[in-house]
Design a protein around this ligand. Structure first.
Ligand code: MG
Length: 315
């Protein structure tokens, strides 16, 4: 990549040299330096790979890049941490043009500004497919919101709605996004629930973000907490028109809401007698029976469900 230094110069300019609150040394040395504080550091990393997590046809490059950034920050939200800084490692195919490179960093810069999370460094490399790896650093009091804190009888809640991203992805995979405008965007533009997570401090007992599918992610929370859970099918927050469009596409709306991934909402638990359940909707409760969560129908009986969480396409 003969123009690597030129690309780094553009990155530095677009990312404002990594400047931000608490950034002592941003982009330009061998590593960045952040000021330490009384809070604890939270670290996570997430990768978005062309052909595995996205296809170029699914969204313009700035959207793909911003989406990768949001997905990484969603893990900080799930800990109730505040974003502090990010490192972005890009693997780029040789045929990626300068304009396309600029489009990628444009999306990253926009997301970085939106979350007030400066990009303080990273790495550029050539490879066969476009790949965006985002390492994030956040701050939290104590150990934040963990998966293991749920207690028997806690209510299970979720922010936003479920299944929208999976429905949008179905449309994109069928090249039919124009058929039902708005849904593709649910997949393209997830929002890391940073502010919602802050509102859960002192309320929630446990949390996880919905990346693999609500049922599977709730299963992780159950396992970590040594409990089971029941979800009420009728209580699942679905957007208007969701059921109708899912059925039109030959999909089961309930399965899509339970197994569809990449909503990046927060699934969390609150004590049964808590005065507030925070910004989400109550969708179930924690039960003694450890194991996979069950889903109850309107009559209170468990629904037969095909297993499996979200699988990244193609298979
Ligand atoms: Mg997560």
């Amino acid at each position: 990549m003969s123009d690597e230094f030129d690309r780094i110069a553009r990155l530095r300019a677009r990312f404002n040299d990594g400047a931000g609150p608490g950034v002592l040394l941003g982009i330009g040395d061998d590593a960045a330096v952040l000021a330490a504080s009384g809070d604890n550091l939270v670290l996570s990393v997430d990768t978005s790979v062309q052909g595995v997590h996205f296809e170029r046809a699914f969204a313009p490059l700035p959207v793909i890049a911003a989406r990768a950034f949001s997905a990484a920050l969603s893990d900080l939200a799930a800990m109730a941490a505040l974003p502090r800084a990010a490192l972005c490692s890009l693997i780029m195919p040789a045929q990626l043009t300068e304009a396309e490179f600029d489009a990628v960093i444009e999306g990253l810069a926009d997301a970085s500004a939106r979350y007030a999370c400066p990009i303080v460094g990273g790495n550029l490399s050539a490879g066969r497919e476009l790949s965006i790896t985002t390492s994030v650093v956040g701050l939290v009091e104590g150990c934040g919101l963990q998966r293991s804190g749920a207690r028997l009888g806690d209510r299970v809640c979720v922010t936003g709605s479920l299944g929208g991203a999976a429905l949008g992805l179905q449309l994109l995979q069928r090249s039919a996004a124009g058929r039902a405008p708005g849904w593709a965007e649910r997949w393209q533009n997830p929002q890391a629930r940073i502010a919602e997570a802050q509102a859960l401090r002192g309320i929630a007992t446990a949390a996880i973000d919905v990346s693999d599918g609500a049922l599977q992610d709730l299963g992780h929370l159950c396992e970590a907490s040594g409990l089971g859970a029941e979800l009420f099918a009728e209580a699942l927050p679905l957007e208007p028109g969701f059921r109708e469009l899912a059925r039109e596409l030959g999909l089961d709306p309930l399965a899509l809401a339970l197994h569809g991934g990449e909503d990046y909402e927060l699934l969390y638990t609150v004590p049964r007698d808590a005065p507030s359940i925070g910004p989400g909707t109550c969708i179930g409760r924690m039960t003694p029976a450890a194991g996979a969560p069950s889903v109850l129908g309107a009559d209170g009986r468990p629904l037969p469900l095909a297993g499996g969480g979200f699988k990244h396409f193609p298979g």
